[in-house]
Design a protein around this ligand. Structure first.
Ligand code: G6P
Length: 608
């Protein structure tokens, strides 16, 4: 997973590329580099480490040129090093390439190229692309050389390519990894995603699979790999660039946690009527709906936890059996999928390779596919029959927060929508559920008021080695999500467990050093959770509880209680996850961790 940026126009390319890379750093950050064409010569500057290393080198260099490409890397082939950092060039330093994705047949291609006399200097799969283009360029134009090379590649790529003899052209291409083109006035951009170029332009073209773009300052031509012109539509992006900045918060993650009332409101906006939900982009006809006998939800990471919550919502409100799986598991088993299955993919980025593969498999087997996604024009949305957009805005922190809560809202709305159309829900019941949903943004604001109190008590626990998170029913996935947040950003070992299973194993771990975070808001199994808390206390464990404010017994026995506003149980996960996000954040911050870019993780995992 990497970030790509490119510029051609009248400005100094280097500055624009660095600014773009800064916004893309969340996609990968073990090395970075840029290349420009300056007086007919390719100039490359690259460095292992975070972007600031590259910026330091740039400050002492005189890199000029009005055309360039840049890259921030998350290693897949070859360790993070100066040699393996992109851009990569051919033998004569005439062709230079930045790449996001994985070339699966690079070993064979590399051997063939070495036999032909090419000297390959890095361990990457990317470098061979520059050499392959060089090889074809001996007998073909630059454009043809690129398309012939692309036809030889197996795997996934988004590419930005320059040639020193063509200082007026960037060639971009995509297969399996995202790439957009930004349109300016006598200047054009390429990027892996929208925030990277939003401060320059709002007019965007999304490249599709196996498309190539030949980009000059005053012209963009999109073709297929045979050189046939493709006609493309422009999209006008309405995101505010300030939305992509930190807004005064110390980290993007904290900013994004506090954006949740707005993000939820935006996700609901326009879809709620008094006693029904309208989801125009879902595009299910009444025949499609009549056919549905089963729902299958597939996702990865935090989105998978949303899927687990969604199962409770869908089964209760639409009475349709719902199965949930992880993307990387689903694609290697043989679940029964046919045209009676409604398949839902949940993905913040819309580019997660395992989720895309699952979606394609479900489609191949005849299922209707809809996606819940935060990124307009992403691969998942384009390949789905219908979409519910979460309007969380760009999520920069690697640990997902507002994308998760908006996914839960989308699932809740979709469950009401399906319940009504399957006649499993009366208008009266739908009306009550919608009324509860309308209360949600204010309830989220109330939960966020506990930030200071949570920050305060983390001083007792930030040095702990292990945490246990317990929840039941619809809040069991929230225990999993709380544990995931803590491990992702603080590197503390944490496990999420269904509270009723504690007696079958985890209880052996409990002692005076073990914080046990327990979700104990009102529910069908509230009394049983209370007994679990008593069991932890009886073994000297530390109890951090989430509870509604009217429960005295929890106040008496827990070490800390965060008060949660009362809401319908199906929506309680949205409120309960927020203190767990804050708990993880403040612990990680006290441990001095890199909250927004935790080690070894990437925001969007576009490889298997
Ligand atoms: C990565 C991210 C997670 C995310 C997961 C799925 O692992 O670090 O935060 O939940 O991918 O991503 P998606 O974009 O499909 O929701």
């Amino acid at each position: 997973m990497c970030g790509i940026i490119g510029y051609i126009g009248k400005e100094k390319a280097g500055d624009i590329l660095i600014e773009g890379l800064r916004r893309l750093e969340y996609r990968g950050y073990d090395s970075a580099g840029i290349a420009t064409i300056d007086n007919g010569q390719i100039k490359i500057i690259k460095s292992v480490g975070k972007l600031r290393q590259l910026e330091k080198i740039l400050r002492n260099s005189s890199l000029s040129g009005n055309i360039g490409i840049g890259h921030t890397r998350w290693a897949t082939h070859g360790k993070p090093s100066d040699e393996n950092a992109h851009p990569h060039s051919d033998c004569h330093n005439q062709i230079v390439v930045v790449h996001n994705g994985i070339i699966e047949n690079y070993i064979e291609l590399r051997e063939e190229l070495i036999k032909k006399g090419h000297k390959i200097v890095s361990e990457t799969d990317t470098e061979i692309i520059a050499h392959l283009i060089e090889e074809y360029h001996k007998n073909h134009s630059f454009e043809e050389a690129v398309s012939l090379s692309l036809k030889n590649l197996k795997g996934a790529y988004a590419l930005g390519i320059l040639h020193s003899q063509h200082p007026d052209t960037i060639i971009a291409a995509r297969l399996g990894s995202p790439l957009i083109i930004g349109l300016g006035e006598n200047e054009h951009f390429i990027a892996s995603d929208i925030p990277a170029i939003l401060s320059h332009t709002r007019q965007i073209i999304f490249l599709d699979e196996e498309e190539m773009a030949i980009i000059k300052a005053d012209e963009v031509k999109v073709t297929d790999l045979n050189g046939c012109i493709k006609s493309k539509t422009f999209h006008q992006i309405t995101w505010d660039p300030i939305m992509a900045e930190k807004d005064g918060y110390k980290h993007f993650m904290l900013k994004e946690i506090h954006e949740q009332p707005r993000a939820i409101e935006d996700t609901m906006r326009g879809n709620l009527k008094e006693d029904d939900i309208f989801l125009d982009e879902v595009k299910l006809s009444s025949e499609d709906i009549d056919k549905i006998k089963k729902v299958f939800i597939v996702a990865c990471g935090t989105s998978y936890h949303a899927a687990l919550v969604g199962k409770f919502m869908l089964e209760e409100l639409s009475l349709i059996p719902t199965e949930v799986d992880i993307g990387s598991e689903f694609r290697y088993r043989q679940p029964l999928i046919d045209d009676k299955v409604l398949f839902i993919t949940i993905s913040q980025s819309g580019e997660t390779a395992d989720s895309i593969a699952a979606l394609r498999e479900a489609k191949r087997k005849g299922a209707k596919v809809i996606s819940i996604c935060n990124v307009l024009g992403s691969t998942i949305t384009r390949e789905s029959d219908g979409v519910i957009y979460t309007h969380a805005g760009p999520e920069i922190g690697v640990a997902s927060t507002k994308a998760f809560t908006t996914q839960l809202v989308a699932l809740y709305m979709f469950s009401i929508y399906l319940g009504r159309r399957k006649r499993a829900l009366s208008p009266q019941k739908a009306k009550e559920l919608i009324l509860e949903l309308r209360k949600l943004p204010q309830c989220v604001i109330n939960v966020l008021k506990s930030a200071e109190e949570i920050k305060n008590y983390t001083k007792y626990y930030f040095k702990c080695n292990d945490f246990l998170f317990l929840g039941r029913g619809i809040n069991y996935p929230i225990a999993l999500e709380g544990a995931l947040k803590l491990k992702e950003i603080s590197y503390i070992h944490a496990e999420g467990y269904p509270a009723g299973e504690m007696k079958h194993g985890p209880i052996a771990l409990i002692d005076e050093n073990m914080p046990v975070v327990t979700i104990a808001t009102e529910s069908k199994v509230y009394d049983k959770i209370l007994s679990n808390i008593e069991e932890v206390k009886a073994r000297d464990g530390i109890v951090i509880a989430l509870a509604n404010s009217d429960n005295q017994r929890i106040m008496d026995i827990a070490n800390h209680v965060t008060h949660i506003s009362k809401i319908n149980e199906l929506l309680s996960p949205v409120l309960n996850v927020i203190p767990l996000q804050m708990l993880a954040y403040y612990i990680a911050e006290k441990r001095g961790c890199d909250v927004d870019q935790p080690r070894n993780l990437a925001k969007s995992v576009t490889v298997e």
